[in-house]
Design a protein around this ligand. Structure first.
Ligand code: SF4
Length: 278
């Protein structure tokens, strides 16, 4: 059932086609490790090129070390080329050092923006055409709710597919987008994978996402199927909204500092780098 749904969503959103050059963003956590194996299995019937990229955040805690070890072990066992890019090499600080230096209360915002930039850059360097992200149904619904809370309609519109093609931005695909996290972990375990499912990043509890996750889990426990229904409603609304959009009227802004797509004056990445170095 899990594999059938996985293949069906890939077909529905035309996520992967023969000959694609796909990089998986592999943290070494339970979801991305399971996705590594699911994609590797899929390759047997739909030939495409698969590599993995891990952004080493340089976390001092056990979670950081364990997930990096898992990423190395699993890619090596499957014979998948694995690239590790260091946060510190890229911006001059590990994530721990960055948080100590800036005293930020929003570590996930820094981490997310910088990690996205690093992954996209590495994927471009490797001539990758799609970047696979292990977002589960839980992550997707949290993202939808958070974008509603932040009044970010454009982010909602492009969450499943890009609104306009841009050669600087590697297309993202999320093959677990409609698979609940509990099922991803159960599937990984049934496949015999050693998954780090108990511990999580020490900074995750500070994030707005943690609160949204907690509320959604409470709702799911009282009204089973809530997350899937929110996700399906989102897809229907997204379809209607996309149908009413003239793609030619959507213009992409480029950051004046780094020239990457983003806010016209200064993208989030450049703003964060300025604060870090300031
Ligand atoms: Fe980064 Fe936050 Fe995820 Fe930790 S929980 S890896 S800080 S985004």
């Amino acid at each position: 059932m899990f594999e059938k749904r996985f293949r069906a969503i890939i077909r529905e959103f035309k996520m992967i086609k023969k000959g694609d050059r796909i990089a998986l963003g592999l943290s070494g956590g339970k979801d991305s490790t399971t996705l590594l194996h699911a994609l590797n299995d899929l390759k047997k019937s739909l030939p495409f090129n698969l590599v993995a990229i891990t952004v080493d955040l340089g976390l001092r805690c056990n979670y950081g070390k364990k997930t990096l070890e898992t990423a190395k072990r699993e890619t090596s066992a499957l014979g998948i080329k694995h690239y590790i890019v260091s946060f510190k090499d890229e911006i001059g600080y590990t994530l721990d050092e960055l948080i100590e230096k800036t005293k930020t209360t929003i570590p996930c915002s820094y981490c997310g923006v910088i990690r996205r930039r690093i992954l996209n850059k590495k994927a471009n360097d490797l001539n990758i055409n799609k970047l696979a992200i292990a977002h589960t149904l839980d992550d997707s619904v949290q993202t939808v709710i958070m974008n509603l809370m932040r009044n970010e309609p454009l982010r909602l519109l492009r969450y499943t597919e890009p609104l306009i093609k841009n050669e600087c931005l590697v297309q993202r695909i999320r093959p677990f987008i409609n698979s609940p996290e509990t099922e991803v972990v159960a599937y990984g375990k049934l496949k015999g994978l050693k998954l780090e499912d108990k511990k999580c990043c020490p900074y995750s509890r500070n994030a707005m996402r943690a609160l949204v996750r907690e509320e959604l889990n409470t709702l799911e426990a009282s009204y089973p199927g809530t997350q899937l229904r929110i996700f399906k409603s989102f897809l229907s609304i997204q379809k209607m909204m996309r149908a009413g959009i003239n793609e030619k009227e959507i213009k992409m802004d480029y950051c004046k500092k780094c020239s990457e797509p983003g806010a016209a004056k200064e993208c989030m990445y450049c703003r964060f780098i300025k604060i870090i170095n300031g």
